[in-house]
Design a protein around this ligand. Sequence first.
Ligand code: GLA
Length: 324
Amino acid sequence: MSKKILGAVIALLVTTATALAAPAKVKIGFLVKQPEEPWFQSEWKGAEKAAASYGFDVVKLGVTDGEKTLAAIDNLTAQGAKGFIICTPDVRLGPAIVAKSKGANLKVIAVDDQFLSANGKPMTAVPYLGMSASKIGAAAGEGIAGELKARGWVPAEVGVCVITFDQLDTIRQRTDGAVGALTAAGVPANRVLRTAQKTQDVPGSFDAATILFTQHPEIKRWLICGGNDTAVLGAVRASEQRGFAAADVIGVGINGTDCIDELRKSKPTGFFGTIRVSALGEGFTTSERMFKWVTAGTMPALDTRTTGIFMTRANLEQVLKDDQ
Ligand code: GLA
């Protein structure tokens, strides 16, 4: 055998042996209902950060409906994943997700949207991490109330446009929290006007707000709240469409991820601020917990609620810098 061939054979043997010896990296899935949204992209970033520091692989999948969710679980099973974190497209899929995962020996952590059982109650046995929804909603309401005072508006003269999405508990708790804070600040209950978004995105809330603005031509100044940034952004766009000036609108969102371009615009809009919650931190923590669960058997906390901070054009860059 020539030296050259011998060398090649040895190289091949070494490579094969290394491949056989190297333990396969743990695989963890991270499934989200709206992969195009900055909130979920930030969660994925957090998951990747955890993957890099612990040395596992994260499989990112968009699951926009029930069929895609169940297919994604099959996909993870085929790839030999050990578990996954999910923000489900529909909380009522909880029992189906749990059953399928059990069958495939996959561990599950729910993030953002808590699973509901068949009787409509939260599935508290599935580890969950999400926002302290009522408190964060109240913080958004307080942010709006503070600015209402700063502008010297009369609470009894404004209208509150509440973009609701009651089929999702975390969103309902947020909008209820915001309304509670606004009425506590002196806005009469009959000035609080709820309008439901059909879809959880800008067009969905644009349509919901347009209906409300059309029904109430007597209202000249609007306060806007909703379950997340896109809910408030859509309503702010609708207010502009109806001819309201930014100076006559105070909207405060929730998330702090989907409104960064908005808050960086050279001129202020009706979108005054947001309650910024760390999506990056949520992605990191849930992935870290899943890794410890599948590798060391450490059961994750069953219920963790995150908090947020009020972010406006005034502190935007600093807040973003502190959460990277
Ligand atoms: C829900 C919303 C998202 C985000 C998360 C945060 O899933 O749809 O926009 O607010 O909650 O937990």
